[in-house]
Design a protein around this ligand. Sequence first.
Ligand code: SF4
Length: 340
Amino acid sequence: MASVPGQLLRVLLRLLGAFWSSLAPFCAWRRWGAPIPRRVPEAGVVARPVPVSVNYHFTRRCNYKCGFCFHTAKTSFVLPLAAAQRGLGLLKQAGMEKINFSGGEPFLHERGEFVGKLVEFCKQELKLPSVSIVSNGSMVTERWFKRYGEYLDILAVSCDSFNEEVNGLIGRGQGKKNHVKNLQKLRGWCRDYGVAFKINSVVNRFNVEEDMNVQIQALSPVRWKVFQCLLIEGENTGEDALREAEKFVISDEDFELFLQRHKDVSCLVPESNKKMRDSYLILDEYMRFLNCRNGRKEPSRSILDVGVENAVQFSGFDEKMFFKRGGKYVWSKADMALAW
Ligand code: SF4
């Protein structure tokens, strides 16, 4: 007959054995390094997108008059610097890693000082990995590069044609200023001041036949973004629009032919209408997200009033399409292997 202490010991050992068996799957799972599963939102709850990459169109004013412009000068409002900085801080807290300043023309307001201060703030204070600007390039000065160049990762300059007559037809230009010569000057400053140089082109009725291979290879941008001309109700089409862009629109087939002609340019990143429409997080001059899902820009409330998490739900942002179009790329100049 077994003693009482012996029985107790056996019971204890059995309990311990059961405890270890229950841990076994967990131990094996950790040992093989399986990823910890992501928290899935409860049924019926829509996951909010994280605003990893944001385009802040802080001004709508521009010195050019491109016929297909899809962010037109419907207001002349610009937030005070402190309010814009507060909004950028909120976005950083919500997960922003990349900010792109756009317009209108970002260098028009306070002759580039405003965008310069925002760029410096985002790099110095917020320590964002990537800070970029999209500009038509006509108002950028070397003085600006000297003062703010070190805080800027990427300067994207719009160029739709290397033929000045075509630029004139599109509305890209100002009197006698030569858009193409200016582009070459900007390329040089980007090299001199350590800023990655990017080119954005919109393929439309007037440049669709053009062969840009030689000029693009010579300018050697880190990225050449090629967009298909897009209609947005209320901006460049429809009754309350400031432009009538219908005559600029091209078919998907024409866009494909343009891409084929430039297939040897390795930095080319194409963006069809389908890819473009919902895959950008756009903030307007009041820091409202603009939802383009219905073919027009419908604003959320301002992040300054309701916070980022509330506003971003109304952004219409398609996170999957953002990743599919390669929205996340090497976007910090510190990570780019470039021969300046
Ligand atoms: S440069 Fe850009 S913002 Fe200005 S009119 Fe042309 S497309 Fe619009």
